[in-house]
Design a protein around this ligand. Sequence first.
Ligand SMILES: Cc1cc2nc3c(=O)[nH]c(=O)nc-3n(C[C@H](O)[C@H](O)[C@H](O)COP(=O)(O)O)c2cc1C
Length: 311
Amino acid sequence: MAQAAGGALASACAHAGALGLLGGGYGELSWLQTQHALALHLLSSEATALKRLGCGFITWKMDVDASTLDWLLDQPHTPAALMLSFGDPRPYAARIAKRGVPLICQIQRLEQLPQCLEAGAAVIVAQGAEAGGHGMQGLQGRATFSLVPELADALAGQSPSTLLLAAGGIADGRGLAAALMLGADGVLMGTRLWASAESLASSGAVAAALQAHGDDTVRSSVFDVLRRKNWPPEFDFRALRNRLHREWELRMDELRQAPEAARADYEAGVAVQDFDRAHVTVGEAVGLLRDAPSAAVLIARITQQAEALIG
Ligand SMILES: Cc1cc2nc3c(=O)[nH]c(=O)nc-3n(C[C@H](O)[C@H](O)[C@H](O)COP(=O)(O)O)c2cc1C
């Protein structure tokens, strides 16, 4: 999770027994250097947990500049895994494999599977459209509940040793148990861990999220245009559907042609943490959030709940 999963959250997940992924996102080198150093520091006396620290990157942004990925691969610490999402992972597979790092590929459609298997992915993340943040736009997006078993069947036939994680809408033990029943080997959670004590999300954004229901989120490109993020057209972004979003969501052409006034409104909202204007990046699972405790508490609670349900 770009800008949310820094060293504190990634190391807390690793410490709690999960895989902790730094949100390398768009490849901002100084941010990653700081957060990577923090994670190494927080895990300095925990050799086993250190082996559970990895990082994620936005693939299409690596096509523009992969120097952050190269920097990470040059560090003495070998990442537990590297996740690539939103683009073709094949150009980066050889350098990741050369370092002996397992590759995780997050995909949104069955048709993206072959290029990930060609890239040698050790793990596929099946991301449904319920997910917070970026994902496949409405015309092509798939729901987690059918994407996961379809990919599980495809992997059973084509690459049985490749692990499958479900992502999108999973925020409690019911979701974890359901994902396992659907054929996943585990889950990747964003929204749930975004609202945790170690997340870099602002307290105001988390407070707004804790008041929201799943009905209150929406997928669109509104916030990408407002934030000057040039995402490829096949992807859009799920966040809370706030006042500024409603104002522009049916006028996308107009927004793209003349974004200045809306951007000024958005940036003023960000400056004063006014979440009627600033974005709050959460998925439909926001309706399942009641609190924002530490990642360790969340992971233990979700695991225990899933174990009880499965038992
Ligand atoms: C705040 C936030 C930031 C995210 N940033 C990224 C990112 O930088 N790269 C990425 O691959 N996915 C990103 N995601 C999507 C997650 O990888 C994951 O697919 C999603 O959170 C799963 O759905 P959930 O939010 O319902 O748990 C982000 C999600 C959130 C909530």
